[in-house]
Design a protein around this ligand. Structure first.
Ligand code: FES
Ligand SMILES: [Fe+2]
Length: 344
C-alpha cells in the first residue's frame, strides 16, 4: 500500500455532520484513494460502504450528496434495514454458501460530527486527543449544511494540506478575501497529531461588525477570532467568530496528480425567525467568499512542483509555518510506526 492509502486506511476521517444524514435515504459520497466511500441513512441507521453492489459491483450512488434509497440500477438489488434484498431469490437458490453483504466501514461520533474509519490504528477519542471537547462544542452549535462544494485540486494532497496549514501566504494569495480580516500572527496549539491555529481579527472595522452580529445567533460556543483546526491527516475546520463553520476534506487522489477536495459550510442556529432571515445573506456571502478562497488556494497549489513535497523537515520554516513542521513530524512518525508494526 502507498503512504497515502495507508494514511487513509489507518486514521479516522471527519465526513460530515449529523444534520446532513438525519433523514432516511440521505447520503453523502466521497472519492478516496480506495475508490468511492458512501455514508447513507438506512431507516435511521447510518451505513458507510464502498458504493459497490455486492452482486457485480455496480455503483449505487452517482451524485455527491442527496436523498435516494439504496437501489442498484443494474439488476434491481436493494438494501433496507440492514439486509440485501434480491428481487427474485429463487434464481439464486443454488448460492447457499453465504448471504450477500455490503463492504462496510466503521463509523463513530464526536458530538454530532461523524467519522469513518477503514481499519483505524486507534480509537477516535485517542486520535482526537485534547480536541474532543472543542469538536463536540462546535458540532452541537451547527444547525444545517448551507453549502456543499467539490472539486479536484490539480496537485498532490500534502501540498494542498500544507497550504491550508499556514497563514504565511494569506497577504499575497487572498488579497480581497481572507487578507481583509488582518489576521494577527495568532497562536498555534499542537495537540497529538492535530493542530489548531487561532488568530485575532485586527481590522477593527470588520471586528466591530462581527461583534455586532452576535445578537443574530443562538450559540453557546464562540471564539471571537479566526479559528482553524487541522485533524490529521486530511481534514480542516475553520470559522470566523463561530457564526458558521467550514469543513474541508483533502482526500488523496488515486495518484499524486489530484486531491479530492470537498468543502462544506455549516450554519449555526439563528436567534429567531427574524434573525434567520437576516443571517441568510451573511451565509450566502460566506459561501461565496469561501469558494473564492479555495479557488485561490487551488490556483497557487497548482504552481508547486509535485516533487517539491517530501516529509523531510522544512529547510526554511517561518514562525507562521510551525503547523507544517508538526504535520511532517506526524507523517514521519506514522511511517516509523507502520514499519515497526510490519516488522514485528
Ligand atoms: S450489479 Fe447490482 S444488482 Fe447486479
Ligand atoms: Fe489559503
Amino acid at each position: 500500500m502507498s503512504f497515502d492509502t495507508e494514511l487513509f486506511t489507518h486514521y479516522w476521517h471527519l465526513v460530515g455532520h449529523r444534520q446532513e444524514l438525519s433523514n432516511p435515504n440521505d447520503f453523502v459520497k466521497f472519492d478516496t484513494p480506495l475508490g468511492d466511500l458512501v455514508v447513507f441513512n438506512d431507516e435511521g441507521t447510518l451505513v458507510a460502504f464502498d458504493n459497490k453492489c455486492p452482486h457485480r459491483g455496480a455503483r449505487i450512488y452517482a451524485q455527491d450528496f442527496g436523498q435516494q434509497p439504496y437501489a442498484c440500477g443494474y439488476h434491481g438489488w436493494s438494501y433496507r434495514n440492514g439486509e440485501v434484498i434480491i428481487p427474485n431469490p429463487a434464481q439464486f437458490a443454488a448460492c447457499t454458501a453465504s448471504k450477500p453483504v455490503l463492504n462496510t466501514y466503521h463509523l463513530d461520533w464526536c458530538g454530532d460530527f461523524l467519522f469513518v474509519g477503514i481499519t483505524p490504528l486507534t480509537s477516535l477519542a485517542e486520535q482526537l486527543c485534547g480536541l474532543v471537547q472543542t469538536l463536540e462544542d462546535i458540532s452541537f452549535n451547527i444547525s444545517s449544511r448551507a453549502d456543499f462544494n467539490r472539486s479536484a485540486f490539480e496537485c498532490a494532497w500534502p501540498i494542498a494540506v500544507e497550504n491550508a496549514l499556514e497563514p504565511y501566504h494569506i497577504p499575497l494569495i487572498h488579497t480581497q478575501t481572507l487578507a481583509t480580516l488582518g489576521l494577527a500572527e495568532g497562536e498555534n496549539v499542537l495537540d497529538g497529531c492535530n493542530s489548531v491555529w487561532n488568530a485575532p481579527v485586527t481590522n477593527t472595522r470588520i471586528a466591530k461588525q462581527l461583534m455586532g452580529l452576535k445578537r443574530l445567533f443562538n450559540i453557546d460556543y464562540q471564539r471571537e477570532e479566526y479559528l482553524s483546526i487541522f485533524l490529521f491527516p486530511f481534514s480542516m475546520i475553520s470559522s470566523t467568530f463561530g457564526y458558521s463553520y467550514s469543513l474541508q476534506n483533502y482526500f488523496p487522489g488515486r495518484d499524486r496528480s489530484q486531491t479530492y477536495f470537498t468543502s462544506r459550510l455549516y450554519a449555526v442556529p439563528a436567534a429567531s425567525d427574524n434573525a434567520k432571515k437576516m443571517v441568510e445573506p451573511f451565509l450566502a456571502s460566506s459561501a461565496k467568499v469561501n469558494r473564492q478562497v479555495f479557488e485561490e488556494d487551488h490556483a497557487v497549489c497548482k504552481t508547486v512542483a509535485p516533487e517539491a513535497w517530501t516529509m523531510d523537515p522544512l529547510p526554511f520554516a517561518s514562525t507562521l509555518e510551525s503547523k507544517i513542521v508538526h504535520f511532517r513530524e506526524q507523517c514521519r512518525s506514522f511511517v516509523a510506526l507502520k514499519s515497526d508494526r510490519d516488522v514485528s
